[in-house]
Design a protein around this ligand. Structure first.
Ligand code: FBP
Length: 330
């Protein structure tokens, strides 16, 4: 698969810069509209034909990039031809291969992962995107998934542990052992929500340290793979679209991520436990640009010579991780 790292970073940079204009202004919808439109404009300049699998939620009064939207130069050509397939203009990486009749790639994105911290000038908001071959991302109508994320060191001894099928206590004890820490030096990250009261009580009963976050569980999952980030394990329920995006990133970072569909009160919807490859299959690329400052990325700076952005791009096949600072000029 062609490497789209630079194209993807240009998309998240555009989203982040547009969102950053709205930091602290208390206008979530305006920020979302700006970021969505900027990302779409950039996506439509890329020489590919892609379909949004995970996008903005219609119920959130968003402004497009919904699931099913077609993007890229291939999609533009497709639309200009009255939506009839025009193989000679559509997608394809090599002139020798049969040209695709439909989208070649799927996209999972969030123009603003962290609309509240964007609106309030808080931490950890970023523009994110993941790309894979068409049909590679898990999609669901359900809103929440229970998640478990750990970095590569925690699974070195046994890739099957920790596991969402095991109890909180077993998983915490396992990860502490694998990382060579006492449980009271282990830090679990949890979204600060009433639905996590039971989980928090169990963690506290074990003597585990807890880092509560107000939002942005994609970054929190990724942080488990970053040395000395201060997060050893991520646990608890958050958005299902964010689970797919986190799975794409975790595959690139050799971490472990599992998720289960749950109701708003954290009760399981069914018995299925999704592994990373069930959520984001095949060769996956991930890119993100910071909107506000976070552990992974600095936010956008507006300087006298134009905006400066901080981004990361990763790929599951090669495990390449690129960190890019861009001076955009005036
Ligand atoms: P938004 O950017 O859509 O506001 O999502 C932020 C977020 O914190 C996600 O990172 C997380 O998965 C989800 O919201 C949690 O949902 P809820 O706020 O309903 O607990």
């Amino acid at each position: 698969m062609k490497n789209f790292h630079l194209d993807l970073i240009r998309v998240t940079e555009a989203g982040a810069i547009s969102a950053a204009e709205w930091v602290g202004r208390g206008e979530k919808e305006a920020a979302d509209k700006a970021a969505t439109e900027a990302m779409r404009e950039r996506l439509n300049t890329i020489d590919f034909f892609a379909e949004i699998a995970i996008g903005e939620g219609k119920k959130d009064h968003s402004f497009g990039l919904f699931a099913g939207e077609l993007v890229g130069l291939g999609a533009t050509a497709h639309r200009n031809a009255g939506a009839a397939p025009i193989p000679e203009l559509v997608g394809g990486e090599s002139g020798n291969q049969p040209k695709p009749q439909g989208p070649t790639y799927s996209i999972a994105l969030d123009p603003i992962e962290g609309t509240t911290p964007t609106a309030k000038g808080g931490y950890e908001a970023m523009s994110v995107i993941a790309l894979a071959n068409h049909g590679s991302f898990f999609t669901t109508e359900h809103f929440y998934m229970n998640k478990l994320a750990v970095g590569p060191l925690a699974i070195k001894l046994d890739p099957l542990m920790p596991d969402l099928r095991r109890s909180v206590e077993e998983n915490i004890a396992w990860v502490a052992g694998a990382l060579g820490k006492s449980i009271n030096h282990l830090t679990a990250c949890v979204l600060d929500r009433p639905r996590h009261t039971g989980l928090v009580n169990r963690l506290r009963a074990m003597g585990c340290r807890i880092k509560f976050i107000a939002d942005c569980d994609v970054t929190a999952c990724i942080a488990t793979c970053v040395k000395n980030s201060g997060i050893d394990i991520y646990m608890g329920a958050g958005g299902a679209p964010e689970a797919v995006i986190a799975a794409a990133a975790m595959r690139c970072m050799k971490g472990k991520f599992q998720a289960q569909l749950v109701n708003a009160d954290c009760t399981p919807i069914d018995d299925r436990i999704f592994e990373m490859k069930d959520l984001a299959a095949g060769d996956v690329m991930f890119a993100a640009t910071g909107i506000t400052d976070g552990q992974l990325l600095r936010g956008v700076r507006f300087t006298d010579t134009g905006p400066v952005t901080h981004s990361i791009a990763m790929r599951s096949e090669s495990r390449t991780i690129r960190k890019i600072t861009t001076e955009h000029g005036n």
